[in-house]
Structure formats: C-alpha cells, structure tokens
Ligand binder design. Structure first.
Ligand code: UDP
Length: 377
C-alpha cells in the first residue's frame, strides 16, 4: 500500500528474450497512461541484462541461438515444467540472484513490482515481499503456460486466456489471485486508421496490383525457416506481394536483400510501427509467437503459422486453428498451398479473417492497467 501522496511507482521486469515481453510492458505502460494520466510512475528494467550475473546476463543474446535447437529447447521445456522442478530451480537461483534483486530494488524503488517474464517470478517475489512490496505477474504465453509463471504467493496473476487460468488452478494457485484479462497489446492496433491503400503508399510498399499483400514475420528475432518460406512464395508464381520483417536478425535481412526477387516485395529489419504494417497487410504469415498472434487478431488478419517453438508456443497453434483464425503450415510448400487456396476461395479467406477479428481482446492492456493500479491504491 502506498501511504504517501506521491504517485505510486510501478516497476516492470522483462527481458529481450524475443520481442514479446518488451511489447507487453510497453503496451501496459501505454494503457496506464491512458487510464490514469499523471497518477503513476513507471519504469521498465531488463533484469537479466542490467542486473543478473552471467550467464543470465546474456539471456537476450543466448535466446535466439539456443531456441534454434528446437529439440533441445522442447526437451528442456517439458522436463522443467513441474512444481518440484520449479521449487528446486527457485531454491538454486535464490542465492545466485538475491544480490541482483536487492540491488535492482535499491536503484529502482517501487510500490509494486510486475513481472512479465516466466523466469522472474518466485525468487524475485521472495525478495520483493521481504520489503513488503506487492508483486504481480502478467503472463505473456497464451495457452501453454510453464509452471515458472505461477507463484502461489504472488499478489496477483493476470492471464491471457481461460485455458491459462485452468492451468494455474491445476497447479494449486488460489483462484482469487488469478484474473483473465487477455494479452496486452499496443493501443495503436485498435485505433481507427487511414485506409490500407494510403498506409501502403505512406510506407512506399510496391505499387504493383496483386491479389494479396502478405506480411511475413518471425517474432522479434526473425526466427524459423523465414528465408525458405519467403523463397517458396517468391517462386510460387502466385499474384502476391510480400513484405518481410527480419526483426533483429541482420544476417537474414542481408540474405533477403541480396535475393533476386520475382514478386513485388519489401524487406525490413526490426520495425517500430507494427500496427501500421499489420493494418496494411491482407494475410499474416508468422511463427506462433503470442504477441504477434494477439496483435493479428486485433488487426483482423487471417494467420498462417509456419513455425513454433516447442513447449510454450505449441498451444498457440491449437488455439489459432481451434478458433478458425488461421492454419498450421510448417513447410514452405504448405504455406504456398494455403495462400493458393485462399486466392481461389475468397469466401474461406473472408471467414478466417472474421474468425480472427472475433477473438481479439483490444481492451486487455487497459484491464491489466486497472487491476495493477488496484494493488497500489
Ligand atoms: N516486433 C516488433 N518489430 C519487429 C518484430 C517484432 O515490434 O520488427 C514485435 C511484435 O509486434 C510482437 C513482438 O515483437 O509484439 C514479438 O512477440 P512474440 O510473442 O510474437 O514473439 P517473440 O519475439 O517474443 O518470440
């Protein structure tokens, strides 16, 4: 409880392991500003990069390398996903990260600490609670939620889906500390905007008349067989334009730029205007990242999932298919055949577009903001 007259200070913990955690924090801080202008202070800290000792300090650099080995990634995810394993990991991590947590709290005094990362919960919460500061978690995996997300002694756990809440209940998390709000997404995705045509002109997208404009993105790190998927679309002879986002993967960006293209295209590195890009496109082709998928729902884009991380992204694939909002096409040739099918059957494309719109939760970030502020008022 904040007993002073100063606005409450909210400290958000994230890390750039992928792009989703940072996007979630930025969306929540933006929503706080819209709902509670001038009534709070917020800071965001990449806890691993700024405070953790090695090797965790290098987590943002290590993540794209390690997650490339999908078999090893999947095995580690499943083997570590259980209460006993998480309790042991917390016990082992505490002495290693205790000092880092204390230093961070000294340098960023807060009235509420909010984690949006699965690896920053129980051991951080222990240090935070010792200082009598409330601790909340915003879960940013949509469906397959690792045990690491659920600390039973957290003050509040905000979840993206009912399926994630059920998982919390199975793990014995008290029902009264969990709430389903949706996955936080930048408010700009929901704003009225200029037409697709004008957006495309503004962004200098190729002007050639094609039937569909496809947006291809592999999360913040340009992950999965993105180059092979782009090449298959380019070679397909289909009447499409292709916009590719390589994210922070510079080698991929160069490789794509050097390619001899046959279709109208545009290559980007890491973009800061994803709402514009999504609203200007007709179809999204992506790895099954929860952030990108939730944004696509709000932008009303039909989704082709070309890749997923084993473990935390497996459920997202089932969710998208189950809602009729998209399809799973793990081979470049399958991606091409889905596009062909949608070109030949515009009714199927329209149905998928509508289904995608219908599962959008544009209010999630604001709901999260309101729930967090309740903890400090
Ligand atoms: N993103 C972005 N610019 C880029 C690529 C990705 O802003 O060039 C954002 C994207 O809009 C989403 C996040 O990064 O909010 C990616 O999150 P997701 O959960 O889909 O995947 P991750 O990168 O965390 O694996």
């Amino acid at each position: 409880m904040n007993l002073t007259n100063n606005p409450p200070r909210l400290l958000f913990l994230y890390s750039d392991t992928g792009g989703g955690h940072r996007s979630a924090v930025e969306a929540i801080i933006e929503a706080l500003g819209l709902e509670f202008p001038g009534q709070f202070e917020a800071e965001k800290v990449d806890f691993f990069k700024e405070y953790a000792p090695p090797p965790l300090k290098f987590a943002p650099e290590i993540y794209p390398i390690v997650s490339k080995n999908t078999r090893l990634w999947g095995m580690s995810y499943h083997l570590s996903d259980g209460q006993r394993q998480v309790d042991w990991a917390t016990l082992a991590a505490s002495p290693y990260l205790n000092l880092a947590c204390r230093k961070m709290l000294n340098e960023h005094p807060a009235d509420l600490v909010v984690s949006v990362h699965p690896l920053m919960n129980s051991y951080v919460r222990q240090v935070v609670h010792r200082r009598h500061i409330p601790f909340a978690t915003v879960v940013t995996d949509m469906v397959s939620t690792h045990t690491l997300w659920f600390d039973k002694k957290a003050d509040l756990i905000l979840l993206p889906t009912e399926i994630a809440r059920q998982r919390g209940l199975e793990l014995g998390v008290p029902a009264d500390i969990m709430k389903v709000c949706g996955l936080p997404v930048d408010d700009k995705f929901s704003k009225e905007s200029i037409s697709k045509e004008e957006l495309r002109k503004q962004m200098a997208w190729p002007e050639a008349q094609t039937q569909l404009t496809l947006l291809l993105v592999g999360g913040g790190e340009g992950m999965g067989p993105l180059a092979a998927t782009a090449a298959a679309i380019d070679a397909s002879g289909l009447p499409v334009s292709l916009i590719v986002i390589a994210g922070r993967n510079q080698r991929l960006q160069e490789q794509l730029e050097e390619r001899e293209w046959h279709i109208p295209h545009m290559i980007y590195g890491f973009v800061k205007n994803m709402p514009d890009l999504m609203r200007a496109a007709d179809v999204l082709i992506t790895k099954a990242g929860p952030g990108t998928i939730s944004e696509a729902f709000i932008a009303g884009l039909p989704i082709i999932l070309y890749n997923r991380l084993p473990g935390q992204e497996e459920g997202n694939v089932l969710y998208v298919i189950g809602e009729g909002a998209g399809t799973w096409a793990p081979e470049p040739a399958m991606v091409v055949s889905v596009i062909k099918n949608w070109i030949n059957h515009p009714d199927r494309l329209a149905e998928t577009t509508e289904a995608s719109k219908s599962v959008a939760r544009p209010d999630a970030a604001r709901q999260i903001a309101r729930n967090l502020m309740k903890l400090v008022s």
